[in-house]
Design a protein around this ligand. Structure first.
Ligand code: PNS
Length: 162
């Protein structure tokens, strides 16, 4: 079985992430969407909220061969734990390529048996970043249907009411 790990912060999951997962799910037998629990970051959405939003977004899109998990520490260690020989990373732009290539080489040094595969989102979604979504939320925007899946929209709206 070809298992691929898709690691990230997913704060929150975007339509771009979802494109990457949908494309990967057609190439690999199983995708593990792995949320990094990062003690150095102050996230907008809790780990639990992100976990639920991703699981719901996968269900909304009928992606049945992907599951969501949380991890701490190195991505390659999580990949080994899950039996994944592939790490997936989305690639939106040449700027992404520079940082992603460094990460890819670092992961290769750490675990050469695990290779990184880059997958671009569809063209309409190449400008979408979780950081932009967070910024727009902080400015009070809730009509973010062109940025995030329905489940995230609902969460944003309920968060704003509180
Ligand atoms: O969604 P993000 O924030 O771009 O994801 C970055 C992530 C989580 C993939 C990256 O920070 C990561 O792999 N962190 C775990 C620590 C690690 O493995 N570092 C070595 C690779 S440079």
């Amino acid at each position: 079985m070809k298992i691929a790990l898709y690691p990230g912060s997913f704060d929150p999951i975007t339509l771009g992430h979802l494109d990457v997962i949908a494309a990967s799910a057609k190439i690999f037998d199983k995708i593990i969407v792995a949320i990094l629990r990062n003690p150095n970051k102050d996230p907008l959405f809790s780990i639990r909220e992100r976990l639920i939003m991703i699981a719901e977004a996968l269900a909304e899109k009928n992606i049945s061969n992907a599951e969501v998990k949380v991890f701490e520490g190195l991505t390659v260690d999580m990949a080994k734990k899950c039996g994944a020989k592939v790490i997936i990373r989305g690639l939106r732009s040449p700027a992404d390529y520079e940082t992603e290539l460094d990460m890819c080489f670092n992961n290769y040094q750490l675990a050469p048996e695990i290779r990184t595969v880059f997958i671009p989102p569809i063209q309409n979604h190449t400008h979408i970043r979780s950081s932009t979504v967070r910024e727009l939320i902080n400015f009070g925007k809730t009509d973010l249907g062109l940025y995030v899946p329905e489940t995230v929209l609902k969460k944003i709206k309920s968060k704003m009411k509180k």
